[in-house]
Design a protein. Sequence first.
Length: 321
Amino acid sequence: MTGGAGFIGSHLVDRLVREGANVTVLDDLSTGSRSNLNPAVAFQHASITDTQAVRDSLRSVSVVFHLAADATTRESSMGWQTPVHTLECNIMGTLNILQSIVKLGLKTRVVFASSAAVYGEPIRTPVAEDDPTNPVSPYGISKLAGEKLAFAYLKEYEVDSVVVRIFNTYGPRQARYVISELMKKLQKDNNRLQVLGSPDTIRDYCYVSDMVDALILAATNGAAGRIYNVSGESPIDMAHLVDLIIMQLGIKGNVEIQFTEHSWKGDIKKMTGDITRIKEIGFQPTISITEGLRQMLASSWWRSMLQEEPRDSVVASSTDP
């Protein structure tokens, strides 16, 4: 697995280990953490652009979950601040994995973790897999290029590839992005909250354990050459999300909430996913946004975050990229 020390990847690793799989993780720890790594895995500290490291980690594997990427963060502005690095890592890294599979002669399934960012501004919501793709950021462009590479290698070299387009995901170990930022900001100052963006921005959040279910289903039941949207099927606007977090934190009294009404380049006003296709192979979201927030706040990860987080100012973004 690439990116197995990251947020979603580490939860997927834990599930696979519990189910008895032998797991090798390749991660450069640029955004992942050693503390996320399951002690039962074989770990290789390297980038997906390192050809020899990739080939060493791929030997004798039956499934490659490819989650490593220059991730979408508010700090990197959907790749706009570091477009060359984003494109090199996400496109050339994916190419490196596919070429290595061919060079090693492996009969390996590749589950490529793509993103809802490939759609850009959707022509409708919920957006379906066959709707037009028109990414408006280097990150979205790089993910769409990764999909095209995976399917080109399927056609020409029979590399068994399936694509999962990940919508907003949240849960323990997610040190950044909107939900954890909002929670940390409100925990520090329950009188005032500044939020980047608009209160009517809508996203479709999926709890991380549900996302792990979907990735495993794509590996076991997904059809080669198919694309699967994965979301929580429970859209919520930013105003209601903030209210729900305040309620889950048990904050008493009135919180002064200020929305900046502007966001970063490449942000989308409304993004929700049609997940009919992946439901046909057995997926069903089980964790509501209310229950997911409760589980986050009850986790040991959240308690450790409160202890480690410096008490500086945080401007919470209204959306995850």
